[in-house]
Design a protein around this ligand. Structure first.
Ligand code: WTA
Length: 597
């Protein structure tokens, strides 16, 4: 089966087929990937435990799908075009051949430093090609990567490293984002004070900041590469992985205090990321795809690394931020590399929209043929601006709804195929069976209804467990409603059967497209010595979608309120990271309580 659907009629036909014969449907999709051994059984599942196994008995290595298989015909095709933070610095291009060789080389570095199949490796790097190389090198040898976004604090990193007992960390001396220098290695050093499991740190040279290198523990990336070169064996055979072996862990916030490690496995995740990339964006050979996410989030995992590379696509990877050195930066990049497909978040669109038309002047955006949105509901105003100013009303917008736990896009238009509607994620992709339920878990049928969004049948990219705590996975996703995966989102299905995601129905905020648990922020605020109690809620924010609003009770009234406010912000930055800082803090004398407190 071709991964791409070409007409709306075909969509309806294939969708029905995928519901009536899911195993046959997915077997056909999966057959376009490279396996070392074919599966004995397509699917085994129950949502009770849950136990979900896709492509049972099959073996593969995802990097053979992302690299080796393109060498025959597309070795010289650019895989990654890297645009640095500073537009004055040279960009870099890695072809599939070059990326393959670098991944093999670094995979050998990992082996030399004691990493082996099943080991957990924490990656804390800026958005440089070496981040993609490190991720793929882990996958090459069967080590499990846990990428931590560069905006998280030392405490957050330590929690994640300890939860997964990582033995190795890959970081850089520092990184650049806009006009800020990020002291990545210093942050790692602070984190590792609390982490006994880590015995090696590989440090990439990026910022040339002064850092400390600890004897016996820290080694330079470049030195280790030289050792591999002198060993004279550039190749690294791809480890044979079971389809259900763990590929990676990615931590995400939920309604309770502690982020959980979402686990994805090799076979199903590969099929789902590759299939959704090819189909939703209708990627054609030669097109340039630009996903503006950071690889520290699931969008970067699935639509910078695994999805596009599995399909032999050409990817832009951007180190910086949309507004630096000017709010025309995205448009400069589109113009410079003749980007065909742009995939970004509503928060970026709203922020760029607020600068008016001036940053668009003189930028040639005519290469754009398709646009994508992800991470949060897109308001109609932003949708129309994106459509008119960026797509010139010629480029279909795919508003893609999905989650870290899903592995890839779930509800979305297929570019140029599904008629779109502003603010709507439209229809489920073939293979996805959404249902709306009321608070008692009863399915709400028909159109023109709203409810809580659940999925009633597994798909290959579904979360398998939360690392080290399967019960937590069951409780969070599979116990609210019997026999369904619960998304935590509210949703409307309109008269045409189109889906519109209305936002989280649990205690999770979506701030600039980033998930933050209110309990997590409350815990961080409560760490401040003057704070007795706090309550955090979201409020509508013009740019970020949601802002963080904190109500705080202080211990005594003898405070310099302004200083305390700053100290609380500092505390949250220390405990979680600047992304979770409250936008507003209101000091109060009481909080609403139930009788039990
Ligand atoms: C929200 C990001 C509306 C939603 C890929 C979901 C969206 C959460 C959309 C997952 C969209 C994501 N429209 N809401 N197109 N895409 N969301 O895990 O609330 O970082 O549950 O995954 O973002 O965020 P996550």
């Amino acid at each position: 089966m071709n991964l791409q659907i070409k007409s709306f009629d075909e969509y309806k036909r294939v969708y029905d087929y995928s519901v009536n014969e899911p195993e046959n449907f997915w077997a056909e999709i999966a057959s376009s990937f490279t396996w070392k051994r074919k599966w004995d059984k397509v699917l085994e599942w129950n949502f009770k435990e849950p136990n979900i196994e896709w492509f049972k008995g099959a073996t593969l290595n995802i990097t053979e799908n992302c690299l080796d298989r393109h060498l025959e015909n597309n070795a010289d095709t650019p895989a990654i075009i890297w645009e640095p933070n500073d537009p004055e610095e040279d960009h870099r291009v890695l072809t599939y051949r070059q990326l393959h060789d670098k991944v093999c080389q670094f995979a050998n570095v990992l082996k030399n430093n004691g990493a082996k199949k099943g080991d957990r490796v924490c990656i804390y790097l800026p958005m440089v090609p070496e981040l993609a190389i490190a991720v793929l090198a882990c996958a090459r040898i069967g080590a499990i990567h846990s990428v931590v976004f560069g905006g998280f604090s030392a405490q957050s990193i330590a929690d994640r490293i300890n939860d997964a007992s990582c033995s190795l960390v890959i970081t850089a001396d520092g990184g650049f984002r806009g006009n800020k220098d990020i002291p990545l290695k210093d942050i790692i050093d602070d984190a590792l004070v609390q982490c006994r499991s880590v015995n090696k740190v590989i440090v990439l040279t990026r910022s040339r900041a002064a850092i400390s290198m600890i004897k016996g523990r820290d080694v330079w990336w470049e030195d280790e590469i030289k050792k591999v070169e002198t060993q004279g064996n550039p190749d690294c055979p791809a480890e044979e992985m079971d389809a259900e072996d763990v590929l990676f862990i990615l931590y995400t916030s939920g309604s309770t205090g502690k982020p959980k490690g979402v686990v994805h496995t090799c076979g199903g995740y590969m099929v789902y990321a590759g299939y959704t990339f090819a189909n939703v964006f209708q990627y054609q050979p030669g097109e340039v795809f630009f996903c503006t996410a950071d690889i520290g989030w699931i969008t970067g995992h699935s639509y910078i690394v695994y999805g596009p590379l599995s399909q032999g696509a050409t990817n832009i990877m951007f180190e910086g931020i949309p507004t630096w050195p000017t709010p025309g930066r995205f448009w400069d990049i589109v113009d410079k590399y003749k980007v065909n497909i742009l995939y970004t978040a509503p928060t970026a669109i709203r922020s760029l929209m607020s600068f008016g038309d001036e940053p668009l002047q003189g930028k040639d955006l005519s290469s754009i043929t398709k646009l994508g949105s992800v991470g949060e509901p897109i308001n109609e105003e932003a949708w129309h601006w994106y459509n008119e100013k960026i797509g010139k009303k010629q480029a279909p917008i795919v508003d893609t709804w999905w989650q870290t736990e899903n592995g890839g896009i779930m509800i979305s238009p297929i570019a140029g195929v599904t008629p779109t509607k502003p603010g709507y994620a439209t229809l489920p992709l073939p293979g996805i069976q959404p249902v709306l339920v009321d608070e008692n878990g009863k399915e709400i049928e028909g159109n023109g209804v709203s409810g809580n969004l659940c999925i009633k049948f597994p798909w290959p990219g579904i979360i398998r467990t939360t690392y080290g705590d399967h019960e937590r996975c069951r409780q969070t996703y599979f116990s609210t409603y019997e026999n369904m995966y619960f998304t935590g989102d509210g949703c409307l299905r309109d008269e045409d059967g189109y889906y519109r995601i209305t936002g989280r129905v649990d205690d999770v905020l979506n701030v600039s497209g980033h998930r933050i648990g209110t309990a997590e922020v409350e815990n961080a605020i409560n760490m401040h010595s003057d704070v007795v109690e706090s309550a955090v809620v979201g409020y509508p924010h013009e740019i970020k979608g949601q802002g963080v609003y904190a109500y705080v009770i202080l211990g005594s009234s003898e405070h310099d309120k302004e200083l305390t406010r700053k100290n609380i912000l500092q505390t949250v930055t220390r405990i979680i990271g600047a992304i979770a800082k409250p936008d507003k803090i209101q000091f109060v004398t009481g909080l609403p309580k139930t009788r039990s407190g």
